[in-house]
Design a protein around this ligand. Structure first.
Ligand SMILES: [Zn+2]
Ligand SMILES: [Zn+2]
Length: 469
């Protein structure tokens, strides 16, 4: 069993302010967690628990019985009250505390106290209840673990933040890597960037026009683990833009994921690739999607986008969604090409695709019908109740590659801050025919996905992502 943590950088700031007060005294806070249970990680085959911080709650002064530089003890009355709330809301109650003078590991006293809290949690909420625990020292998160029973504890391997800038803290052993293939990139972005690339699990949903150039770039940047999702096979009309795809692949109807995997393995850079050729909402893709640290959304379908849109907020997995629209219009009897490339980052703190009016719920419903009930879909199409697939859209490899590159640059910024600490851009549209980038806003109305934090970090719910069907 492995475990890791995702935390919004705002929550991390609250925890540090609460616990690391430089008054030479231990402090503690309650933390509510959402949980993601992964039966089988696609890369190591192990079960994995992923904790998402949902909320941080102060331990009030009158709850603290005693505290000094090497111990803290507080009343557990509120812990039991919080267990009732967690049970209602599908959450888990954990604790965070500090060691002002170190050590940066849990003490034997911590072991005893936490085993007792784990027992309380399971007595109250059943044996699926877990007790997560975070430890801070010297103003930093230094260790974390989760008790899955009063006598089984799993240490957290790493913690990553979301929200503008993405930082990863390795809490177990740090991956080491020094490949001559990445020496020039190290000169630009540093050894830490290369280490992180080799460690991260990156999903690419859609191996078509914009996914294909991404799948050329990410392995050459040292990506260690890539999951590719696409149900389609290569067609002759794809050959103008899919890197590595051949006429023979189209003749033989080879799956797009297979071509992408073959091209990555041909590089010989050691990237582990897992492929999924069913629709991303199907059960086979679930563990794989939930295991990712970052997902690029390169799909054309509205229903797939709606699913990733929810996944980003429920599981605190940032999604970089890519869109490209090419239109040929007439102006003064002259034919003009308009090309708009869009890169949107989905995570708590940023507007979702519904609020950015990128997805159309009606088209998504028609896509779901076509997938689940093809006969009914055809019947409605002949009666003109559904719009049908429409004409194929224009596509040019230079534009698909450019917009994929914009998405990779956004990833680099968030990991490396090359544009500065405030340089992240949640939504960018490049108008290729104007040679200019824009940052359109989003509608500012209440949204159940992005403006309310109810589902942020909620993790596993029934049905998956709260989606019917
Ligand atoms: Zn302690
Ligand atoms: Zn929204």
């Amino acid at each position: 069993m492995r475990a890791d943590l995702a935390i919004n950088e705002l929550h991390l700031g609250v925890l540090r302010a609460e616990l690391c007060r430089f008054d030479d005294t231990e402090h503690a806070a309650y933390v509510l967690f959402g949980l993601s249970r992964i039966e089988q990680d696609p890369f190591d085959g192990q079960p994995r628990l992923r904790l998402m911080v949902k909320d941080v709650l102060r331990v009030a002064d009158d709850e603290i019985k005693s505290a000094d530089h090497q111990h803290i003890s507080w009343s557990t009355k509120r812990f039991v009250e919080l267990l009732a709330r967690a049970d209602r809301e599908g959450l888990h109650v954990g604790i965070a505390h500090s060691h002002p003078r170190g050590p940066d590991h849990f003490s034997s006293q911590d072991d005893r106290n936490e085993a007792e809290l784990a027992r309380l949690a399971q007595n109250r909420n059943g044996e699926t209840a877990v007790l997560p625990s975070l430890l801070f020292a010297n103003d930093k998160l230094v260790a974390g673990r989760v008790w899955t029973s009063p006598d089984i504890v799993v240490n957290l391997g790493y913690a990553r933040t979301i929200g503008g800038n993405w930082h990863t803290t390795f809490l177990a052993t740090e991956p080491t890597l020094a490949s001559p293939a990445l020496a020039r990139q190290e000169l630009a972005l540093g050894a830490g960037f290369n280490r992180l690339m080799s460690h991260m699990r990156i999903g690419v949903v859609g191996a078509g026009g914009t996914g294909s150039p991404l799948l050329q770039q990410l392995p050459r940047m040292g990506a260690g683990h890539i999951g590719i999702f696409d149900p389609d096979h290569i067609e002759h009309s794809n050959l103008n833009r899919l890197y590595g795809a051949t006429w023979d692949d189209a003749e033989r109807k080879v799956k797009k994921v297979e071509v992408a995997k073959r091209e990555i393995e041909r590089m010989g850079l050691g990237t582990q690739v897992r492929t999924y050729d069913s629709w991303i909402g199907s059960a086979e893709c679930r563990d794989a999607l939930k295991s990712m640290d970052l997902i690029f959304g390169c799909t054309d379908d509205h229903d797939g986008r709606l699913l990733l849109n929810r996944l980003a907020y429920y599981y605190l997995i940032p999604v970089i969604d890519i869109g490209l629209a090419l239109r040929v219009t007439e102006r003064f009897a002259i034919s003009c090409l308009e090309a708009d490339g869009r890169v949107s980052v989905l995570e708590p703190g940023s507007s979702c695709l519904v609020c950015r009016r990128v997805v159309d719920a009606r088209i998504a419903a028609e896509e779901a019908l076509r997938r689940n009930e093809p006969e009914e879909y055809e019947r409605r199409k002949t009666e003109a109740y559904v719009r049908g697939e429409g004409d194929p859209s224009p596509a040019v490899i230079s534009f698909t590659t450019s917009v994929a590159t914009m998405a990779v640059e956004e990833m680099i910024q968030r990991m490396n801050q090359f544009r500065g600490e405030d340089g992240s851009i949640a939504n960018r549209v490049r108008k290729f025919n104007l040679v200019e980038d824009f940052r359109p806003g989003a509608k500012q109305e209440p949204c159940r996905i992005c403006t309310s934090d109810r589902i942020h970090g909620l993790g596993d719910v029934q049905p998956f992502l709260g989606r019917a069907g």
